[in-house]
Design a protein around this ligand. Structure first.
Ligand SMILES: [Zn+2]
Length: 219
C-alpha cells in the first residue's frame, strides 16, 4: 500500500510528491527552493519517520528540480532521470537566474530510467512510462495496483503541458496522452505537476485538448 503527500512549492506552484510504502519513500520533483520550503519537506519526512530511497524527476524544467540539491545533500540518495532529460537538466543553471532563482545549485544525475522499468521500494513498486512531448525525456510513474499515475507536466486537470519550450512537441505530447495515458483504466488517478488531481476517465471526456468532447480534431 502506498500513500502520497503533495506539497506545492515555488513561484510556479509546482507539485512535489513524497510517495511512501511503509517507511520507504520516493521523492518526486522536489520544487522546494526557499529555506522554509525545504524545511517543510524535511519536517514531514522526519515526522513520518520516512527513509527516502530515490529522487526522481519526471522531467527537468526548473520548477521541478529546484530542490534536487537539498534533497541529495540531506538524504544521500541517487537522482534518476530519463537520459533524454540530461541536456534539459544541465541547461537549468543557465536560465534559472532569469526566473529569479539565483541560488539554484546544479545536481548530477546518478542514473537513467526508461520505459517499462520497474522501480521497487518498501513493499510496492511502480512502472516507468515514457511520455515525451512537454519535454523530450518526460516520464511518469504508474502504480498499477493502486491505480495512481504521477504524471508531471504531461496531463493536467482539463489541460495539457505546454510545448513551446525547447524539446517540446505538441503532436508528440498528444500521442503520449492518447496512446499511453488514455490506455490506462478510467479510474486511475492522475497526480499532475501543477494543480489538482484528476482521473483518466475524466480527461478522456472533458479534456479540451484531447478528450472526446474536445473541439480540437483527433488526428
Ligand atoms: Zn515542465
Amino acid at each position: 500500500m502506498i500513500s502520497s503527500k503533495t506539497f506545492t512549492f515555488n513561484a510556479f506552484g509546482e507539485n512535489t510528491y513524497v510517495i511512501s510504502s511503509g517507511k520507504e519513500a520516493l521523492i518526486v520533483d522536489p520544487g522546494c527552493y526557499e529555506a522554509d520550503e525545504i524545511e517543510i519537506l524535511n519536517t514531514y519526512i522526519a515526522n513520518q519517520g520516512l527513509i527516502p530511497r530515490l529522487l526522481i524527476n519526471t522531467h527537468c524544467h526548473v520548477d521541478h528540480v529546484l530542490g534536487n540539491y537539498a534533497v541529495k545533500e540531506k538524504y544521500k540518495i541517487p537522482l534518476l532521470i530519463h537520459a533524454d532529460e540530461e541536456k534539459v537538466l544541465r541547461s537549468v543553471k543557465v536560465y534559472a537566474p532569469s526566473y529569479g532563482f539565483v541560488q539554484y545549485q546544479e545536481t548530477e544525475p546518478d542514473g537513467w530510467i526508461t520505459e517499462g522499468q520497474e522501480i521497487k521500494f518498501g513493499d510496492d513498486g511502480c512502472t516507468v512510462l515514457f511520455l515525451p512531448g512537454h519535454a523530450p525525456g518526460h516520464i511518469a510513474l504508474y502504480f498499477e495496483t493502486q491505480k495512481k499515475l504521477f504524471a508531471g507536466d504531461v496531463l493536467f486537470r482539463e489541460s495539457i503541458g505546454r510545448t513551446d519550450l525547447p524539446g517540446g512537441n505538441h503532436e508528440v505530447l498528444l500521442k503520449s496522452i492518447r496512446e499511453k495515458i488514455f490506455n490506462l483504466p478510467d479510474d486511475v488517478e492522475v497526480f499532475p505537476g501543477h494543480g489538482l488531481p484528476t482521473t483518466v476517465g475524466h480527461e478522456k471526456i472533458h479534456n479540451p485538448f484531447c478528450g472526446s468532447n474536445s473541439v480540437v480534431a483527433w488526428s
